[in-house]
Design a binder for this molecule. Structure first.
Ligand code: FDA
Length: 391
């Protein structure tokens, strides 16, 4: 039987950080994963450049039934702490947009940094290892395909359900349930949204068209690109709002953010009243979209035929295009999983289960989900760090 102080289940971002920190404290740490390699999501993240954190970490960028829960860990191990490690490792980075930090080179640099630190602190890593049941007995006993592991503490860092092809499972949720911890219903987040066939049909010619826009739902909105796809809508603004969207909700799309289309159309009418509406609109949005908006507006004739009220109606459609998705592309393409182990059951400072001493949950398996833009990795680093201080 393998005996360790801390067994960490899942060698992703959160599990590796927890292992490094527990190892730094001199704990005997075993990191177990069923995948062939550690940190696969880090490797593929950010288009291969890993958007490893965000300069503007703040509470409103995290979704949870208790939005304040994440603050403790995020304040104790901040984006600046992670950036300091990246700098110390000599990894060059840049801010792409909106505070999002990416490696100049490759996400493999972040992965190598973590693997070096795991080795430095003597963490044992078991890859391609299946994990079975976990029981409380002199601490915990974990059944694995390499035999029984006995551990004083167990940190569950098995992530969410997103991208099953990459090894995602609902394992962490089942562990939580088996110890009587409550779960918040899970659903795909940061995911493209799909449209009903009759809504999609007239939008099909737009597939591949992208605009700088704003996607909003009530008071929440994101100013980023919107992309029309052959299945529905995507792009950063849609991925962001998808985490807030629920079946039946209608999104409001501004398809020409920051442009005064009403004023532009009035000026165009003065200068060239004979032009078609779609031609005038194509000064503000891609031509195919202009054609679609003209059809939807049901306005006929050229610019000179339109009074101010009609031009305003057309502009209002450009700035407030309503669209009601029917679903999402699901866990197959979702970047994250919303919901998970309820924060009610966890101590915010340590990530330890309040009623099961020695059992911790960190990273995406917990009901804390960040916006697109490095927030999810920062949550993984911060929550993993917090558990690693005490496990
Ligand atoms: P993570 O999923 O990383 O790790 C869980 C580990 O547990 C995996 O290694 C898995 O194999 C293992 N595991 C699962 N079930 C198991 C079982 N039953 N037995 C044994 N092992 C098991 N975020 C961000 O901030 N910036 C970015 O650039 C990106 N980019 C990005 C791209 C893509 C394509 C995706 C899918 C996601 C992102 N993300 C992101 C989100 C980010 O990857 C995610 O939030 C973190 O990886 C979560 O870290 P965890 O360690 O919690 O889980």
């Amino acid at each position: 039987m393998m005996q360790v102080d801390v067994a960490i289940l899942g060698a992703g971002a959160a599990g590796m950080m927890a292992a490094i920190e527990a190892g730094r404290r001199g704990r005997r740490v075993l990191l177990i994963d069923h995948a062939k390699a550690a940190g696969e999501k880090i490797r593929i993240s950010g288009g291969g450049r890993c958007n490893f954190t965000n300069l503007h970490i703040r509470p409103e960028c995290f979704l949870s039934q208790n939005p304040r829960f994440a603050l403790s860990a995020l304040k104790r191990f901040t984006q600046w702490d992670f950036i300091a490690r990246v700098d110390a490792a000599g990894i060059k980075w840049h801010e792409k947009t909106l505070g999002q930090l990416f490696c100049n080179g490759s996400s493999r640099e972040i992965l190598s940094m973590l693997l070096r630190e795991l080795a430095e602190f003597g963490v044992t890593i078991w890859l391609e290892t299946e994990i079975g049941s976990i029981r409380r007995r002199n601490g915990f006993q974990i059944e694995t395909s390499r035999g029984i592991v006995s551990a004083a503490s167990v940190i569950v860092a098995t992530g969410g359900k997103s991208i099953p092809k990459m090894g995602a499972t609902g394992f962490g949720y089942r562990v939580a349930e088996s110890f009587g911890l409550p779960l918040v219903e899970t659903r795909p987040g940061l995911v493209p949204l799909t449209l009903a066939e009759q809504v999609l049909e007239p939008l099909k010619p737009l597939s591949g068209t992208s605009v700088e826009g704003r996607a909003s739902l009530g008071p929440v909105g994101f100013d980023e690109a919107i992309l029309f796809t052959h299945r529905g809508i995507s792009g950063p603004a849609i991925l962001q709002i998808s985490s807030y969207w629920r079946e039946g909700d209608t999104l409001n799309l501004d398809l020409a953010r920051g442009v005064d289309v009403a004023q532009g159309l009035r000026e165009a009418r003065q200068d060239a009243g004979r032009v078609q509406l779609r031609t005038a609109l194509a000064r503000f949005v891609p031509e195919k979209l202009a054609r679609h908006l003209e059809t939807v507006s049901t306005l006929t004739g050229n610019l000179a035929d339109q009074n101010n009220a009609r031009l305003d109606k057309l502009a209002a459609l450009v700035h407030g295009y309503p669209i009601t998705p029917v679903g999402s592309e699901g866990y197959r393409t979702a970047e994250v999983t919303l919901g998970g182990v309820s924060t009610d059951a966890l101590d915010a400072r340590t990530m330890q289960a309040k009623d099961v001493p020695g059992l911790f949950f960190v990273g995406e398996v917990v009901d804390v989900t960040g916006w697109l833009g490095g927030y999810n990795f920062q949550w993984a680093w911060s929550s993993g760090w917090a558990a690693g201080q005490v496990a």
